[in-house]
Design a protein around this ligand. Structure first.
Ligand code: SPV
Ligand code: MG
Length: 568
């Protein structure tokens, strides 16, 4: 957000000029310069993007955006806190409209120190009495400060600044208050003598005559600053010729914000729809851009996951569920309720608990019944004639990061996913060594480089093959539970292999185990993480019934009725 404009670099050594130095340059240059009102971080950013070289932190606008009056109703520390947001959102020099300095010389000293600490380039103080009123509200009745007292305040401010470039602008209210030109010049001279870096001569007339007269009489003794809010129709060249240094466009962003908000609020209220306004207001993406959301996403990749982009998951959920037809007339298997929530929700919550929020679910049968909250739903429209790999292919092209691929009908204890995600291998799978081929309805038996021997703890075991049939005398080492973790370079290799398999005539018949076998055949190492139970797949009615009991053991104790179950 704070990228430095190359034009602001000091030409000799390419160090950026400080904000204070840039404001001082604007005051002392021979050019007529302009600063624009801002009243919060967003408007400060907008001022910078419009091309302005500096910001007027207007007292009127800042109090207005807080919804209070320009009578020092917002405390000075609230103003300073607001300035911090503005300085963070824009690297432009900010000149604070410091009203009367919020008190006497002592308050002024503290103000200057606090402003410098927050990178504010200068402050303008006006010769009125605290608490002040905006000059355009009965200006002629407003008492002016004692000249000597005000000069003391200027001196105190100048003596407190740590950076020589910090500017103090003294604002002369004598014309507004109806004290006349002589008094205005007398005061300006006194403030100049007291050390003010510039004089702001204020006027509430609709013609610039008194400003031009003042400038002529002042004759360049110090930089002059003006606020042409009331004499706005005067051509800017008149000010240029009069030798003005800096013009403040003092309140136009708060005013346009107010009129736009009024119009849009009224329209939405009266018509009870957003349809009239949507195309006429900033998009949500534009707001994100102004907030620099992209920078956050980039930083997240560096800091939030130890250098890794946050992981993703693909869940295969296209099936109706064999043996579950009676329950799945109007929904896919993954939407069957288990202990109070759909099967898929258990899985999605499990992923989210491990920090995986980018979850793609591939639906097919009754995909419209899938609760898409917090997930990306894609469809395999050919689900009746295809297998799991065709479903995976619907999501595989968009994989951008480490990804866990899962069957949609899984329940598991959270450590299983956590440990799988902790593996460094490009490919890793979870195999349950407690599953034996005696159960006829199960599939996905796994043969591995070694069995689940506790003595092997810490040694790498790899997958040799997965099959549904178990040949006599060749006992498998367990059963693949339906979780595959793909990391780093593995993602690209998986996408490539999937592309090759797609060319096969029987691609539509292939399932996830065929992919695993193809990976092994292609020489990839698929690491095995053994578990001993602690998961459930839902393949038939029996599984479905048992899934409820299992899920209860995952339910937080606080959820009432299930507490007894969970404790068992
Ligand atoms: C402000 O912007 O708050 C000013 C300028 O003080 S004016 O409102 O014109 O007095
Ligand atoms: Mg003001």
């Amino acid at each position: 957000m704070n990228a430095i404009d190359p034009n602001l670099l000091a030409s000799s050594n390419a160090t950026p000029l400080s904000r204070a130095a840039r404001l001082r340059q604007m005051l002392t240059s021979n050019e007529l310069e302009f600063i624009m009102e801002a009243h919060n971080g967003l408007s400060a950013r907008i001022v910078r993007e419009a091309g302005f070289k500096g910001i007027w932190a207007s007292g009127l606008a800042i109090s207005a955006q807080f919804g209070v009056r320009d009578n020092n109703e917002a405390s000075w520390t609230q103003v300073v806190d607001n300035l911090e947001f503005m300085a963070d959102a824009s690297d432009l020099p900010i000149l604070l409209d410091g009203d009367t300095g919020y008190g006497n010389f002592n308050n002024m000293r503290r103000l200057v120190r606090k402003l410098e600490q927050r990178g504010i380039a200068g402050v303008c103080i006006e010769d009125k009495i605290f608490p002040k009123t905006n000059s355009f509200i009965g200006g002629e009745q407003q008492p002016l400060a004692d000249v000597d007292e005000f000069c003391g305040k200027i001196k105190a401010g100048k003596d407190s600044q740590a950076d020589d470039d910090f500017s103090i602008v003294a604002r002369v209210e004598a014309l507004i208050a109806g004290w006349g030109m002589e008094e205005a010049l007398r005061r300006a001279e006194a403030y100049h003598e007291a050390g003010a870096d510039a004089i702001l001569i204020h006027s509430k007339l609709s013609k610039a005559d008194e400003i031009v007269t003042f400038a002529r009489e002042w004759a360049g003794r110090s930089p002059l600053v003006i606020v042409p809010t009331k004499y706005y129709s005067t051509p800017t060249d008149v000010f240029r010729k009069a030798g003005i240094s800096l013009i403040i466009w003092a309140n136009h962003l708060i005013r346009v914000a107010a009129s736009s908000m009024q119009a849009v609020a009224k329209d939405i209220y009266e018509n009870e729809t957003l349809v009239n306004v949507e195309d006429r207001i900033a998009t949500v993406n534009e707001i994100f851009r102004l907030q620099d959301a992209d920078e956050y996403s980039a930083a997240e990749k560096i800091y939030l996951t130890g250098g890794q982009a946050p992981g993703a998951a693909v869940v295969l959920a296209a099936g109706r569920g064999k043996g579950l037809e009676a329950l799945t007339e109007d929904k896919p298997k993954v939407m069957l309720p288990v202990a109070g929530k759909p099967l898929l929700r258990w899985l999605v919550d499990g992923f989210k608990n491990q920090g995986i929020n980018d979850i793609t679910v591939v639906g097919g049968y009754k995909a419209e019944a899938i609760d898409a909250a917090g997930i990306t739903l894609v469809r395999n429209d050919r689900y009746t004639e295809t297998g799991e790999l065709a479903s995976l292919a619907c999501a595989a092209d968009s994989l951008k990061t480490d990804t866990v691929i899962a069957y949609g009908d899984l329940l598991f204890r959270s450590y299983i996913l956590r440990d799988l995600m902790d593996t460094e291998a490009l490919f890793s799978v979870v195999v349950d060594s407690s599953e034996s081929p005696s159960n006829q309805s199960v599939r996905d038996f796994a043969w591995c480089s070694a069995g689940d021997d506790r003595d092997l703890f810490g040694q790498k075991v790899t997958l040799k093959k997965i099959a549904d049939e178990v040949p006599a005398g060749d006992a498998p080492n367990g059963r693949w539970i339906g979780l595959l973790n793909v990391r780093g370079e593995g993602r690209v290799r998986l996408q490539k292999l999937l592309g090759e398999l797609r060319q096969r005539a029987d691609f539509d018949k292939l399932d996830l185990p065929d992919l695993l076998n193809a990976l092994v055949a292609a020489g990839e190492e698929v690491e095995v993480k053994y578990v001993h139970g602690h998961w459930r797949g839902v393949n038939d009615l029996d599984d479905f019934r048992r899934a409820g009991d299992f899920a209860h053991t995952q339910t937080p104790y606080a959820l009432g009725n299930n507490a007894g179950e969970a404790a068992r």
